[in-house]
Design a protein around this ligand. Structure first.
Ligand SMILES: [Zn+2]
Length: 111
C-alpha cells in the first residue's frame, strides 16, 4: 500500500458526480462540489472504488455482449420463421398434390 495518504474517488450519492478527496476525509460527510448536497465519503474506498470501476466496466462489456447476442439470435429466429412459413406452404401444396394423385389413381382403379 501507499505510504502517503491516497486520494479517495467516489460518486456523489445525489448526482453521481465523481468526487476526489483526501483519504483523511474517509467517513466524513462533505458537500458535493457539483450539486452542493451533503454526501458521505466512503471509508477506505480507494480499492473499493477501483474494484467498482473494474466491475462497472465489466458489466458494461457484458451488457454490450449480451445485446449483440440478442440481436444475432433475433435475426436467426426471423430468418427461420420465414423459412418455416415457406416449408409450411410447400407441405400444403404437396398434400394437395397427393390428394389429386390419389383421386386420379382411385378413379382409374375403379374403371
Ligand atoms: Zn452531487
Amino acid at each position: 500500500m501507499q505510504t502517503s495518504s491516497p486520494d479517495i474517488v467516489f460518486a456523489c450519492a445525489h448526482c453521481s458526480t465523481s468526487l476526489v478527496v483526501d483519504a483523511a476525509a474517509a467517513g466524513m460527510t462533505l458537500d458535493c462540489q457539483k450539486c452542493g448536497k451533503p454526501t458521505t465519503v466512503p471509508a477506505g474506498s480507494i480499492d473499493a472504488a477501483a474494484d467498482n470501476a473494474v466491475r462497472i466496466s465489466d458489466l458494461q462489456h457484458q451488457l454490450k455482449e449480451n445485446a449483440s447476442q440478442r440481436t444475432e439470435i433475433t435475426s436467426y429466429i426471423n430468418q427461420l420463421s420465414i423459412q418455416l412459413h415457406r416449408w409450411q406452404l410447400r407441405l400444403q401444396s404437396l398434400n394437395e398434390r397427393q390428394e389429386k394423385l390419389e383421386a386420379e389413381l382411385a378413379g382409374l382403379s375403379r374403371g
